[in-house]
Each structure stands twice: as structure tokens, then as C-alpha cells.
Design a protein around this ligand. Sequence first.
Ligand code: SAM
Length: 440
Amino acid sequence: MSKLHLITYGCQMNEYDSERVAGLLGKQQYELTDRPDDADVILLNTCSIREKAEDKVFSQLGALRHLKRARPDLVIGVMGCMAQLQQGRIQERAPHVDLVFGSPAIARVGELLARVKAGHGPVLEAGEGPLLKITDRPSVGARLKAFVTVMEGCEKHCTFCVVPTTRGRERSHAPGIIVEEIRGLAAAGCKEVTLLGQTVNAYGRDLMPPTDLAALLEQVNDIDGIERIRFTTSNPYNLTARLIHAIRDVPKVVEYLHLPLQSGSDRILARMHRGYTRARYLDLIEELRDTVPGIALSTDLIVGFPGETDEDFAQTVDTVERVEYDNAFVFRYSRRPGTPAAAMPDQVPDAVKASRNTVLLEVATRVAARRSRGLEGRTMPVLVDGTSRKNPREATGRTRCNRVVNFDAGGRDLLGRVVSVRITQALPHSLRGEPDGAAA
Ligand code: SAM
């Protein structure tokens, strides 16, 4: 048996890719280890979305240099988005890296490692490959929740974003293969799946015959054992009435939607090439709230996009107040090589980005706290996924609207059960509750 240490940065899609790599290499006699100094192979699954994410990888690669010096047969590999975007810089700044490969080459990870071990390194693999659905996962016992990538790539070409370069064009997996994968997960004890795609609500339009996410949700709903279905990330441009109705009508689909706004200013949205206006976005929110009462909404926001004025920023703050998000992820604009926004002349100074970031976070936190308090007194089904870190007597789980709830389990093992819980108190990052009746 050889030992594999995997370090994953970035989004859920990267977590899913890391699992696939661990699963594929598991079949080739590699077992996972959490200790880098114990590993024969160390793979870093990387993210390029912001410069900070890349900096972390370069500093990790620096830290691994001494291990490689002490054990020259140790294989160090870089996979994922940076492999696609920063191949040259990786070779220059970290010449001790033996293997660099992008997501399309994941299916061939075993063969690529064999090439390195046979002394044919460094091995570089960054082209687009055939669309393959790899469903291998490491055998780590029953898992309650799993990510399932339903489409690869992105064709939106937002002017700030590297994803179309790092993950290639949009390609959907066939519904039959996805359903088969989820059936396997359900048979192994999985209760909740999150369907992943960069623009997941554009799913299926490239297939022959074309299909859509609403149809896929119905098929996944029919799988015995699965209790909850989530999906992310949706783009407002592709949000249809049909999908909104599916959120309401398909029983296992939760009442929660992550819908990135990015900016509340029409001028900035146009420069970002997002394809919608603030008014159109607010109309969608109204339609969502009318159709799916109580739906929880979260979003991504970028501050300091080139040309963003105080007035543009005020529009973003105002939109956050109006929408009343349950959760908001705020990012400072990061200049990404090769993207149109990186070449825009009117870049915003770091200090301005930092102060807008602070202001927007304060507003988003205040709004989310108000939403949380609105849940007090309500009784909600909670899927228990562990014990509270602070108190092992307490069970922890999530509501359908994705809130963390901690409650006294009364000594019972409730893992994997759906428990009806009355919310007693809203805390800054979680809810407290008490069980209301029996576990389902
Ligand atoms: N594809 C999704 C979409 O278009 O909404 C989101 C994918 S991206 C992995 C997650 C978030 O990172 C984006 O929604 C955006 O807010 C943020 N992001 C992407 N590029 C960025 C950049 N250059 N600087 C700062 N934030 C960025």
C-alpha cells in the first residue's frame, strides 16, 4: 500500500474532485493519510478564484520543499484550477513539484503518477479531455451528505472570473449517470445530496435531447433513501419560473437558494457582464418569495470591482437590505490574469475595498441576524449530522433552509435522523432548539 495525502482548497467542486481522486487511487493501492510526512504522494487540489487562494498554495508548496529534499522519491503534485492557469509559475516558483494536472485529466491520475514514478517527470497535463463521469469515492464508511457534480465548466464569461479558463466550456453529465451515482450513495447511507455546477441552473441545455435542472430534480427525488436535495450555484440570468416551481413542488428539494448578486449597481453589473439588472434580480426575488414562502436566500457579493463608486456601492448595500439574505459571502475584487476586468483602467485601491468589505459584512450580518430571530418559536425538521463541538451531549444538524441547529439529544444517538426541533434562540452563527416530539 502507498500513502496519499490530499490538501484541498476552494469550492465544493474541488472537494468532490478530491474525493474522486482518492477513490480512483484507492483502487490502485493508495490509502489516505492525514500526515504529509507519512505520505508517498502529496496532491494539492487548488483554487484560482482569488489571488489569496493562490498565495496559500505557493506558501504550502514552499513548506513542503524540505520534505522533498529529505525524501526525493516523495511525489508532489498540483491539480485543479491553478494547474490550468499557473502552470508556468508553478514550475518557476516550485521546481520540486513533479506533477501538474487540470480537472479534465483527473480520470488519468493513476497513469500520470505512474509516469512520474517511472522517472518521466515533471509531468504536465492541462488540456481539455473527454467528458467523463468518475463516481469512485474512498471508502470512509457511511456518509450522510455528498456533493455530486452534474456539469463541468462555465460559459458565462463574467469579466472578473477565471472559471471559464480553468474549468473549460459548459458540459452536462447525462441524467442517467447522475441518478445511478446518487442511487449508489443512497444505498451506502447518504441522505442529502448537493448537485454542483458553476451555473447549475443551466444544466442539460447542451445534452441531446436537451433537458433541465427541474427534470433532474424530479428524477433525484424518486431515489429511495435520499431525504434532501440541494443545488448550487445558480445564476440569476438562467433562473426560470419552471425551476422556482420545482423548488416549491419537488418534495425533497429544500427551500433554500444561493443566488449570487455580485453587485446592486446596474452600471457595475453591466461591466461585470452578468446579464441582469438590479430590477430584474429584485423581480426574481419577489417571484421566489411569493412562490416558495419562507425560502432562505444566500448570495455572493464583490466589493471594489473596477470603477465601483461610492454610489454604486450604496446600491449594493441597499439591495442587501431589501432582499434580506439569510447569508452573504462578501469578496474583495481580486485581479485575475487574463480576465477583461483585470485590464480595466479604473482599479479600486485596496484600502477602499477593505472599508467597503467591512461595511457590507456589517450590514449582511445585521440582516441575517434579523432573519434568524424570525425563526425563533418555529418548529423545523433538522437532519442530524453530528454532535456539537462544544458539548458532546448536544446533537447538531441543519434545517432545510441550511441553518445549523444545536439541541440536547437526551443521550440518544440521532445521527442521520430527521428530528423535529423547536427553535428557542438565535445565536450569531447557529440556532438553539429543543426536540419537539419523536425522531422521524
Ligand atoms: N459560477 C458562480 C457564479 O457565477 O455565480 C460562482 C462561482 S465562484 C467559484 C464563487 C464566487 O467567487 C463568485 O460568485 C464571486 O462572488 C467570487 N469571485 C469570482 N471571481 C472573483 C474575483 N476575481 N474577485 C473576487 N471575487 C470573485
